[in-house]
Design a protein around this ligand. Structure first.
Ligand code: ADP
Ligand code: MG
Length: 237
């Protein structure tokens, strides 16, 4: 226990919540498949970043998480890698339609970055990733969504549009990521986020990442996460 605390301290990590798993030291400790391990190596990731050391075991155990860390700390892989594992764990993957993983990000640029990262890891499994944000015509987007996918990366506004147009349903969604939650609130997406969350089954796994935790975001987290573990890296305002 002392060792674990020392190790967390060395990573500048603080945690709270019930029964927090030990932070891991290497990607080998994650129990990832050889495909995921080779994709990680291809990325040139030698060892997990601080947030990944503590977030990966939490998320892989199926728990909800509040991850607070500044930009550039490697949050994307912390939710993308367990998402691939979560999807591959679903029985009869091919039978139903609609995304299993839903990721919301504040801007088209950020959503696009996540889309690219998710594709790198999803590819070798034949997991399909759809991007849902401005830039593509709505008609094209509807067509793509209707063709089916396991992961949707979206800005909240466009995701709502697609749901209204019945381009897809979220009945199969069990893994929800709200990335850069503080920025989504800054951009006025709170109502859209609440609407999206309300349309995903309550027994989902929910992950909320943010660089800061203003009171409004804290309130949302309390409402939509179940028994979350909070992982904070470094000094965060
Ligand atoms: P954040 O979402 O916290 O701002 P990103 O997920 O965008 O950070 O990652 C920032 C950069 O660090 C990206 O270029 C990403 O490829 C890289 N990165 C992520 N994890 C690792 C790792 N374990 N080792 C080395 N680089 C990494
Ligand atoms: Mg990010």
């Amino acid at each position: 226990e002392q060792d674990v605390n020392e190790y967390r301290k060395s990573l500048a990590i603080r945690v709270s919540g019930f029964v927090v798993p030990k932070p891991l030291k290497t990607f080998d400790d994650c129990g990832f498949s050889t495909q995921i391990m080779s994709a990680i190596r291809k990325q040139g990731y030698e060892k997990p970043t601080s947030i990944q050391c503590q977030a990966l075991p939490v998320v892989l155990s199926g728990r909800d998480i509040i991850g607070i860390a500044k930009t550039g700390s490697g949050k994307t892989a912390a939710f993308v890698l367990p998402m691939i594992v979560h999807i591959m764990d679903q029985p009869e993957l091919q039978k139903e339609e609609g995304p299993i993983g839903v990721i919301c990000a504040p801007t088209r640029e950020l959503a696009h970055q996540i889309f690219l990262e998710a594709k790198k890891f999803a590819k070798s499994y034949g997991i399909r990733v759809s991007a849902v944000y401005g830039g593509m015509s709505k008609l094209e987007q509807i067509k793509e969504l209707k063709a089916g996918c396991e992961i949707v990366v979206a800005t909240p506004g466009r995701l709502i549009d697609m749901l209204k147009l019945k381009a897809f349903t979220m009945t199969r969604a069990t893994y929800l990521v709200l990335d850069e939650a503080d920025r989504m609130f800054d951009l006025g997406f709170e109502p859209q986020i609440r609407s999206i969350v309300g349309q995903i089954r309550p027994d989902r796994q929910t992950l909320l990442f943010s660089a800061t935790m203003p009171r409004k975001v804290e309130k949302l987290a309390r409402e939509i996460l179940t028994d979350p573990i909070r992982v904070t890296v470094g000094e965060v305002g």
